[in-house]
Design a protein around this ligand. Sequence first.
Ligand SMILES: [Zn+2]
Length: 301
Amino acid sequence: MKIQSILVTLVVACAFLQSAYAKLNVVATLADYAAVAREIGGDKVEVTSLAKPTEDPHFVDARPSFVVKLRTADVLIEGGAELEVGWLPPLLQNARNEKIENGKPGRVSASQGIRLLDIPATLSRAAGDVHASGNPHFMVDPIIAKAIAQHIAQSFAAVDPANAAFYQANYAKFEAAINARLQDWGRALLPYKDQQLAAYHDSWVYFAHRFGFVIETFLEPKPGIPPSPSHLAEVITKMKSEHVKAIMVEPFQNRKIAEKVASSTGAQVVDAAQFPGALPNADTYIAHIDALVGRVIAALK
Ligand SMILES: [Zn+2]
């Protein structure tokens, strides 16, 4: 009897310790939210990104393991701007996790309070445009990333109030680090202000807006629609007449098509990426923007 009661005490104590020290289980739809969540949550959170950093965020291959992850999540971070609309809703339906429902503290809808760019006057998905409610690729703007880091810190603090001060302090550190780098990025890019770049997909409007570029030539005729020969012929004419020197291409896009356009126009292909972890030595958000800025400068020099 004595041993039994000791065992029961031990089991209860272990359960208590586990709940007191259990990490928050955080699921992010995309690698950029995951990278910021790691900065804010530190060792108090376990962060999983559903999409790989090299995957097209519009068309993520939804695996059954995603449902399991969502079912046990304490916090879900998603964009809320239709970037994941093609794959996330059915997963959430299957996961049936109240903690991460819309409006709950465990749900971070990143775009809340962010002014989306390129909201069309008339909403129409009929033509296959995947940006029908505005451009959802806002995380490449470091100032927007700060706002989203704050949303994440608020959510973590609400779900895990015991560590609220820790999350707040990490947010302050992230904010200060971005502020310190913003001046360097701005200074490094200043000589290339107002330069035109082309891109495979319209992923860079917020980056361009922040740092003074113009990116309005796209190899895709519409976001999500593959390039056609007639559209590419127009792109080549436009790039030649406007002296566009670089084409930004992401890991999941057809680099061969970009190379063809580059060789017809004398432009360079820039191997860019929206997501931390996609480029070498660029796992954190700041290292990622560093790498991106470096690659754009190398192409425009
Ligand atoms: Zn897009």
